[in-house]
Design a protein around this ligand. Structure first.
Ligand code: NAD
Ligand code: ZN
Length: 360
């Protein structure tokens, strides 16, 4: 049987550098279709009252839409944004610019896809269900770790499932990496989102899907994470390094897969609305039997930065609740197979998974 290798899309253009946000206007100018085809900026509402807003290169009938990142993106939210944009403008926009963390980056990708593909967002959750190129879309992260700026997925909570729109058209056309934008991230959030990157590295590097492509990115990302979270380096250097760690961590899992922490974190998110970064940390600390070295180092990082990971979130759950979480988690076959091999179902039984959840 012949192996079929994946033909993987990458971000074709990227700018990196402190203060590079000031170049956004020049970057967008040649992509303007005409004066009636606006750029739509989807921006984390944290920035609504900040200086950044004055630096947005607005022209003609461009529009800023502030969006809260308090909850992870939903298919219905994508549909509502698309409807609003279609109602307000006669022409297709020139493009969509997402500015924020993984939440806003995912939302902007999904809106760009749904503006050029008919129907509801939930229809496209899955693998390679998008058939038309998305609108031109630009991603500008303001917090580092998820790798959403490089990935070919946008993770959405739908009516029936939390699942990505995985497609060749999801990937950004342009990314702008300005580490200065991450200066204001609160410490706990910095840690949780940064650990998403660290966990991407561990799950990729210890997985059965590992290959030299993923390894080369994963090892670099891990080295950068260690510098950021275990050494005492200047803040400026730390912001630069974490932004590149996120990029490499994203590239690493793109050509392999994540693992147990992510599968379980999806369950927590689906049932309890626990966000990705903190959910991963809540889970990962209890996975020493699967990732002994990774968890030991993780605990050092938690201690060094005096982070209090939330506890007892599963204390009052019913058996039905556990069943829901277990179903969501065990439904992610590829993650388990990557972590535990082809025979994973005999290793991770529902009972064993429930016992792990009960520790949280
Ligand atoms: P986030 O976007 O949810 O933001 C977390 C918090 O940080 C929010 O309160 C936000 O307002 C705040 N924030 C962001 N930038 C800030 C700044 N510069 N200053 C002050 N506050 C700031 O966080 P995240 O961890 O980056 O993203 C999580 C989301 O990413 C989840 O929805 C998850 O599903 C998704 N994700 C996607 C991928 C992918 O490949 N597409 C990968 C991993 C995670
Ligand atoms: Zn992740």
């Amino acid at each position: 049987q012949k192996t079929v290798y994946r033909n993987f899309p990458m971000v074709p253009r990227v700018v990196f550098g402190q203060g590079s946000f000031s170049q956004l206007g020049e970057i967008l100018l040649p992509k303007r279709k005409n004066a009636d085809a606006p750029f739509i900026f989807l921006i984390d509402d944290y920035f609504e009252t900040r200086d950044l807003v004055a630096q947005i290169p607005l022209m003609f009938n461009d529009k800023i839409i502030f969006v809260s990142a308090d909850e992870e993106p939903k298919t219905a939210q994508v549909d509502a944004l698309v409807k609003m944009i279609k109602e307000e403008y006669d022409e297709q926009p020139s493009g969509i610019i997402g500015i924020g963390g993984g939440t806003l980056l995912d939302l902007a990708k999904a809106v760009a896809i749904l503006l050029s593909n008919k129907g509801l967002a939930e229809k496209y959750q899955g693998w390679d269900l998008v058939h038309k190129p998305a609108l031109y879309h630009v991603g500008i992260p303001t917090i580092s770790g998820t790798g959403a700026e490089v990935s070919r997925t946008t993770v959405l909570l739908g009516p029936e499932k939390k699942l990505g729109i995985n497609s060749d058209y999801t990937t950004y056309d342009q990314v702008l990496l300005d580490p200065d934008l991450t200066k204001t991230v609160p410490k706990e959030q910095w840690f949780y989102t940064g650990m998403d990157c660290y966990i991407h590295c561990i799950e990729s590097l210890t997985g059965t899907y590992l290959n030299a492509f993923s390894q080369s990115y994963g090892e670099k990302a891990l080295e950068l994470c260690k510098d950021v979270f275990l050494e005492d380096i200047p803040d400026e250097e730390s912001r630069d390094k974490l932004m590149m760690a996120s990029w490499h961590g994203g590239m690493s899992i793109a050509y392999s897969q994540v693992g147990i922490a992510h599968a379980m974190s999806y369950g927590l998110s689906y049932l309890l609305g626990i966000k990705h970064g903190v959910g991963n940390c809540m889970v990962f600390q209890h996975l020493e039997e699967f990732y002994p070295e990774g968890v030991a180092l993780f605990k050092k990082m938690v201690e060094k930065h005096a982070i209090n990971i939330p506890k007892d979130v599963c204390a009052n759950l019913t058996q039905t609740d556990f069943d829901v979480m277990i179903n969501v988690a065990l439904g992610l076959d590829a993650l388990w197979e990557n972590a535990l091999g082809k025979e994973w179902k005999s290793i991770m039984t529902p009972e064993r998974l429930q016992a792990l959840y009960q520790k949280m």
